[in-house]
Design a protein around this ligand. Structure first.
Ligand SMILES: Cc1cc2nc3c(=O)[nH]c(=O)nc-3n(C[C@H](O)[C@H](O)[C@H](O)COP(=O)(O)OP(=O)(O)OC[C@H]3O[C@@H](n4cnc5c(N)ncnc54)[C@H](O)[C@@H]3O)c2cc1C
Length: 557
């Protein structure tokens, strides 16, 4: 199928994303006498490359998106997409189909043997447009992103275009690309390497990822069954139906359930993948549940191992690494695709600003530093969870088992149980793009934090959401109040004379949650980056302070 046909078909008929095959189409660049030059080439049309290409196109940057394959991802890959990812998809113009198709959830339950130890709620407060998580097969996410990409003329997707070489030259990178019609070359001002965990670009540049490989194996079984487990995350330590190991259960759309069975390092991956070995495991789980005897069929199974690791640096000259190419974690915590999408949104506006000559290329160093820091946070969380689920020594196992036993009765022990701390966006505390507070504030909206959502009343009186009102591609400003204080802040912004999208939020009952989340008073002003991170805030800004914060956020000072 051609990508434009996909755009036309979208919304008219259900598309089977797993069977979708995109056409290879020769491009004029392949016949050019000299390599064509493009501002940005994104390598890899996985979730991260697709999101980045869409974000860049929305910022009016033409993008060439290369993928060595001509299909979306198949089988058992990501399913848990976080609230932040949905907010990013909203900004990219494809959040609604994700939210509509996905199974929303926020509660997790942790069991030891047959007993529930405790439960947790990932979003106990109301007043957010998006739920804590949706479960949605990765091929749907890629499908909805591909549909959105198809609607943006500035994206030139080239399937079956495999990058086989990259050389950094003066002022550009030179890529060699293999196609069914033979190789050709392209020059790019900037290359985004979103080519996955086995990144060819990483190897071609002589780089490596460093970290820990875990000696454990997990069977993933995606199973179709008509059962009515709630839309919650259920995690068992040492259940009676799978002794001495752990099991994780998630509901997906289309009546499919994801079950992860821990197998241990000595398991034979080939044998474990055979249906005759998987079926009894699923049967044992069901028979230990209220759905004893329920029928099921196997959709997909795989056995995986994992590593927590990252590249030392995400920027190498004109090549910027994002997503699995740059970092990897275990699936416990759902921090792989979710953090990759945050990489993409961090990189997009910075590349656009550099290409517009609005910012020096030092802004791209901040991409690397901010996302390396976020990767460290994700790796730390993922490693801790994995160490708890798979203790590395007898002493660790004794500690783990004691914690689990104590957690039956004691709150303090429950806090030590770790079945995976689920993905939340990193707060970029140490970013050089932040302006340090000069005024006193309470709460979580510190410089570096992702802007919190809240209900708002739109100008036509309808109910809306704060994040939907922010600019999709530019810096935004929130000014709270409608009195003299707000007027003074608005005057300072007018005097600063910057390309900012200004949103005024009244301090009334309808906006009480927004005011509380931003610790707002009359005149309080927040400056937000295009990726919706707070970069500065004031009780009463001056034009000079706003200009300086804006310059700092663009790495101009
Ligand atoms: C079992 C499992 C469960 C998971 N669960 C979750 C979850 O619940 N939540 C979550 O957030 N994450 C999860 N993940 C992680 C998630 O799948 C990855 O983090 C995500 O796919 C990374 O996206 P990406 O775009 O960086 O890379 P990929 O999805 O790997 O995409 C890379 C793309 O690059 C292309 N490519 C490769 N080499 C070249 C080349 N030389 N030239 C051109 N193109 C190339 C590939 O064809 C591919 O399309 C899970 C992973 C696994 C294995």
């Amino acid at each position: 199928m051609k990508l434009d046909a996909l755009a036309a078909a979208a919304g008219q008929q259900p598309i089977d994303y797993q069977k979708l095959v995109f056409d290879y189409r020769p491009h004029a660049d392949q016949r050019a006498a000299a390599p064509a030059r493009h501002p940005v080439v994104v390598v890899g049309a996985g979730p991260v490359g697709l999101a980045l290409a869409i974000d860049l196109a929305q910022q009016q940057v033409p993008v060439v998106l290369l993928d060595n394959d001509h299909k979306l991802s198949t089988g058992s890959r990501a399913i848990c997409f976080s609230k932040r990812s949905l907010e990013i998809f909203d900004r990219l113009g494809c959040g609604q189909p994700m939210a509509d198709k996905g199974v929303s959830w926020k509660v997790g339950r942790v069991f030891l043997r047959g007993d529930e130890l405790y439960s947790f709620d990932l979003l106990p407060e109301d007043g957010h447009a998006r739920p804590a998580f949706v479960n949605l097969q990765q091929y749907y996410v890629e499908g909805f992103l591909a549909e959105r990409a198809a609607a943006l003329p500035l994206i030139d997707v080239r399937w079956q275009n495999k990058v086989i070489d990259v050389v950094q030259e003066e002022g550009h990178a030179l890529l060699t690309i293999e196609t069914p019609d033979g190789p050709y070359a392209l020059q790019a001002d900037w290359v985004a390497a979103c080519d996955g965990s086995r990144s060819a670009l990483r190897q071609l540049l002589g780089q490596e990822s460093h970290g820990r490989v875990f000696r454990d194996r997990f069977l993933i079984a995606d199973v179709k069954m008509e059962v009515d487990f709630p839309a919650e995350r259920w995690f068992w330590f040492d259940p009676d139906f799978h002794r001495n190991q752990s099991v994780l259960l998630h509901r997906q759309p289309d009546g499919v359930w994801r079950i992860d069975f821990q197998l241990g390092w000595d398991a034979d991956p080939e044998a474990e993948k055979r249906p005759e070995n998987i079926m009894p495991r699923v049967r044992a789980l069901l028979d230990a549940s209220p759905f004893k005897g329920a029928e099921f069929s196997l959709e997909w199974a795989s056995v995986y191992t994992f590593a927590c690791q990252r590249m030392d640096a995400f920027r190498h000259g004109r090549v910027l690494f994002a997503g699995d190419a740059a970092h990897g974690v275990s699936p416990f915590g759902a921090r792989g695709a979710n953090s990759g999408l945050q990489d993409a949104e961090n990189l997009a506006w910075k590349l656009a600003a550099v290409l517009r000559a609005q910012a020096p290329d030092a802004l791209l160093d901040s991409y690397a530093r901010e996302r390396e820091m976020a990767a460290d946070e994700n790796i730390l969380n993922s490693t801790r969870a994995t160490d708890f689920i798979t203790p590395k020594s007898e002493v660790s196992r004794l500690f783990r088992d004691a914690v689990l036993r104590l957690a039956r009765r004691h709150e303090f022990a429950r806090r030590l149980v770790n079945s995976g701390r689920l993905s939340v966006p990193a707060t970029l505390h140490d970013s050089v793009l932040n302006t340090v507070d000069v005024d006193a504030f309470d709460g979580r909206m510190v410089p570096g934090a992702v802007a919190a959502d809240a209900p708002v009343v739109l100008s036509d009186g309808r109910a809306g959401w704060l994040l939907h009102r922010l600019g999709a591609t530019q810096f935004s400003v929130l000014v709270f109040g409608e009195g003299a204080g707000a007027q003074a802040s608005l005057s300072a912004l007018a005097e600063a004379d910057l390309p900012l999208q200004v949103e005024c939020v009244p301090l009334d009952a309808a906006h009480a949650l927004a005011a509380a989340r931003y610790d707002a008073q009359e005149g309080t002003t927040y400056l937000l980056r295009p990726d919706q991170h707070v970069c500065a805030r004031w009780r009463r800004p001056t034009a000079a302070a706003v200009r300086a914060a804006y310059d700092r956020a663009l790495a101009r000072i």
